[in-house]
Each structure stands twice: as structure tokens, then as C-alpha cells.
Design a protein around this ligand. Structure first.
Ligand code: KE4
Length: 428
């Protein structure tokens, strides 16, 4: 693969954009080399600026669950744009997508749209604090809820790729209200609750973690958190920015039968346009301005183009009652193929998967939390990443990310991917 044009474009970008990117994880710092500049994409494929076709396993970090340039979404945006792009006034389509999302997600009465997953999680925590009158939150090492100050404490995703889990600029005052627990460790959560009795507003968690690679909750873990929250008057916030509308219509609440008090969304809900959202039962959501005292706002919140894209996406997912089954089957097929390819070549690894979220970790031990995820051999991962890229397969440029499977992938694409892994497994 040649990346001459991507390299030239990256040099241009670096002169005017910090690190040449608008989001750090795109900079390839976790794997080395020059970021690939995309020219266009369709279905399961990216076409880069050097004319290479890449099978895409990131899909814009989740939104492209039905493939790039999905016709119903593209057409909805085009038609909507012809009627104006933003008004800063309420529009009917916001109610339409709100009604649909609420019908798909268990245990919520109202939803507020924002412009990113970060905004959704940041607002959800403010709402929990305003509703409860308490200041502290518990988050889990390795979980990433966006880049607002309260969350950049042992965060996952790009933050850990940079080895700067506690970002400069986050004040001690903020950090002291964020308590850190180990994922899948209920006893650790109990210790924190006892040590901070009646001060904890909420526990926020990725119910299936995706920012340490994919890490499933152990049996009983989520139910245990639910019980602890009920026993200690703490709100449970599910950050479903990644898992929402991906692991099931109703996300992890439906998949695993555990009710959260507030649920955060992003990625798929916007169909590739900037949309985040948070939802809860009336008793909580009615604390939000202009109804209640908890302030939250946004010039482009509920933007008509973004709502059109999101409504088209959710409508498709709601109507197609086989899509999640197809995604499950395709990802299981991929998992089997990867395992066979790596085992045949005696490559120490473990694969984590829930539905269409999957990650490969180059360590023999199970990956159940941030500590075990960090044990993975990053040099092997770098070779794996670049080997796949050279074969026209694009996975996350970091060992602390999840692959996102799109329904646009065919079994031919999956076989091509497995063959590429078989080929490079010999070099690992
Ligand atoms: P955004 O602000 O990036 O839309 O969403 C933040 C966020 C919140 N919660 C979860 C579980 C998330 O995974 C994310 C963002 N995910 C990363 C990928 N791991 C986005 C990629 C990036 O930072 O460029």
C-alpha cells in the first residue's frame, strides 16, 4: 500500500490543526505511521486518497452500522438540507425521532438531544447531581465517557493510548469528585460507597466496555450495580454511546435485562451526523431546564439535518427485525476465523466479543478490566494493525478500542479479512 497523498495531506493538516487531526485517536500515535486520509466511502469500504480500498472495521467508531453512505440516510439529509439547515427553533422531526427512540429503549419517558456523546454523558452527570443534590460520581478505570473534565480520570480510548489518563487542565477540585473503580469488581464499588456514604450521586458505566477493547460485564456485575444503587440511593447511568442501537434495539438494557436510571447515546443515533442524547424517566428528566433547574443547552441541539439522519437510521433498525441477528452471526463468524488463524500460528491472544463489538488482545490471560487490557503486547498489536492495513483491512489504530461490525460486510469480506489475518499471523 502506498500512502503518498495521505502523507502530503497529513503534512498540510499538521500546519493548521493540532497534530493534524480533530480527534487524537485518528493520529495513529498508538500504532505509529501516518494517518490514512479518506476520500469517500460506500457500504463496507473506505477509499483513501491514494486509491486504496479498505474493508472498514471502525465505521466512524460505530455510527455506520448499516454501512457508509446508506441511501435512506443520505437521501433524508439531502431532502432536509433543501429546506434549511438550522433554525434554533423547535421542529417536528425532533419529536418524531424522540418518540421512536423512546419506543425502542426500555425504561425512559423523555430524551434530550445534544451534539456528541461527550455532551450526553456530561449532561447526564449534571442531571444526576442536580436531581440528587450529591456531588460525587463513580466511574471505572478504562471506561471513556467523552472528554469533559469529570471523566478524564483513568479514561480509556484515546486518553489511555496517550498514556495520559489524567489530562492536564482537569483541576484537583473536579478530580476529587470522581471516584475510580475497577471494572467487573463489585467489592471495589462497595468499598467506595462505604467510604463516601451519602455523597455519591451516580455510578456511570459503559455496560459493555468498548474503550479498553471490548470488555463484557461479568455475570451478575450489572445486576450487582443495580442493587447497590437501589440500596444506597445512587443513580445508575448507562453510557450506551457505543452499545445503544448496536447491541440490540434497546441496547444493553434490553440485551442483559438491567435497568439504568439515565441512558446516554451517540454514534448510531445520529446516523453519522453529530448527535448525542440522554434519556430517563419523567421523575428525573423533568429536572432539566426549561422545566426544572438543571441547565443544559445547545445552539445546534436537535439540528434538522442530524435529526433527519438519525431518524432514517433508527427507522431502518426498528423495522428490520433481522439486522441484529445478522450482525451477531457475522461477528461470530469473524471471531471464529480470527481464532483459527492465530491459533494455527501459535499467536498468544484472547478475543472479547459482545454482539457486533469485538476486540483482539495479544495476551494469554482473560481481559476483564483496564489492568488486564493494558497487559496486551502493544508491539504485536502494531504489527497486526499495519499488516492488516497493508492487506486492505482497516481496524482501530489502538489496542484500546473495539472493532465495530457493519451489516454492509459480506461473508466474502469476512473471508478476505480472515485470509489477511492468516497471512500476517506468521509475522506476529
Ligand atoms: P463523542 O463525544 O466522541 O461523540 O462520544 C464520547 C464517548 C462517550 N462514551 C463512549 C462509550 C464512547 O465510546 C465515546 C467516544 N468513543 C470514541 C472511540 N472509542 C470516539 C473516537 C474519538 O475519540 O475520536
Amino acid at each position: 500500500m502506498i500512502y503518498k497523498r495521505s502523507s502530503a495531506l497529513f503534512a498540510d493538516a499538521e500546519r493548521v490543526i493540532p497534530g493534524g487531526v480533530n480527534s487524537p485517536v485518528r493520529a495513529f500515535k498508538g500504532v505509529g505511521g501516518t494517518p490514512i486520509f479518506v476520500k469517500e466511502a460506500k457500504g463496507a469500504y473506505l477509499y483513501d486518497e491514494d486509491g486504496n480500498r479498505l474493508i472498514d472495521y471502525i465505521n466512524s467508531w460505530g455510527p455506520m452500522i448499516l454501512g457508509h453512505a446508506f441511501e435512506p440516510v443520505v437521501n433524508a439529509v439531502i431532502e432536509k438540507a433543501k429546506k434549511g439547515t438550522s433554525f434554533g427553533m423547535p421542529t417536528e422531526i425532533e419529536t418524531k425521532i424522540a418518540e421512536l427512540a423512546i419506543s425502542m429503549v426500555p425504561n425512559v419517558d423523555k430524551i434530550r438531544f445534544v451534539n456528541s456523546g461527550t455532551e450526553a454523558c456530561m449532561s447526564a452527570v449534571r442531571l444526576a447531581r442536580g436531581y440528587s443534590g450529591k456531588d460525587k460520581i463513580i466511574k471505572f478505570a478504562g471506561c471513556y465517557h467523552g472528554h469533559s473534565d469529570s471523566f478524564l480520570i483513568q479514561a480509556g480510548s484515546g486518553a489511555v493510548t496517550f498514556g495520559t489518563p489524567n489530562s492536564p487542565g482537569v483541576t484537583q477540585g473536579t478530580a476529587m469528585d470522581t471516584l475510580l473503580a475497577r471494572y467487573n469488581d463489585l467489592d471495589n464499588v462497595k468499598e467506595l460507597i462505604i467510604a463516601n456514604q451519602s455523597e455519591i450521586a451516580a455510578i456511570i458505566i459503559e455496560p459493555v466496555a468498548g474503550n479498553m477493547g471490548c470488555i463484557p460485564p461479568k455475570d451478575g456485575f450489572l445486576n450487582g450495580l443495580r442493587d447497590l444503587c437501589d440500596e444506597n440511593d445512587i443513580l445508575l447511568i448507562f453510557d450506551e454511546v457505543m452499545t445503544g442501537f448496536r447491541l440490540a434495539k434497546g441496547g444493553v438494557q434490553e440485551l442483559m435485562g438491567v435497568d439504568a436510571d439515565i441512558v446516554c447515546f451517540g454514534k448510531v443515533i445520529g446516523g453519522g451526523l453529530p448527535v448525542g442524547a440522554f434519556a430517563a424517566r419523567n421523575e428525573i428528566m423533568n429536572h432539566l431546564a426549561p422545566l426544572g433547574p438543571v441547565y443544559q443547552a445547545g445552539t445546534l441541539s436537535g439540528n434538522p439535518l442530524a435529526m433527519a439522519a438519525g431518524l432514517a437510521m433508527l427507522t431502518e433498525l426498528n423495522q428490520d427485525n433481522q439486522v441484529f441477528k445478522r450482525l451477531e452471526e457475522k461477528t461470530a463468524y469473524l471471531q471464529d476465523g480470527i481464532a483459527k488463524a492465530l491459533n494455527t500460528n501459535n499467536v498468544l491472544h484472547t478475543i472479547n466479543r459482545v454482539g457486533s463489538m469485538i476486540s483482539v488482545h495479544f495476551d494469554k490471560d482473560p481481559v476483564i478490566d483496564f489492568e488486564t487490557a493494558a497487559k496486551g503486547n502493544n508491539e504485536t498489536f502494531k504489527t497486526f494493525f499495519h499488516g492488516l492495513l497493508a492487506e486492505g483491512v482497516y481496524i482501530a489504530p489502538s489496542a484500546f478500542e473495539t472493532w465495530f461490525i457493519t451489516d454492509a460486510l459480506t461473508y466474502k469480506d469476512l473471508d478476505e479479512t480472515i485470509a489477511a489475518i492468516e497471512k500476517i499471523a506468521k509475522t506476529l
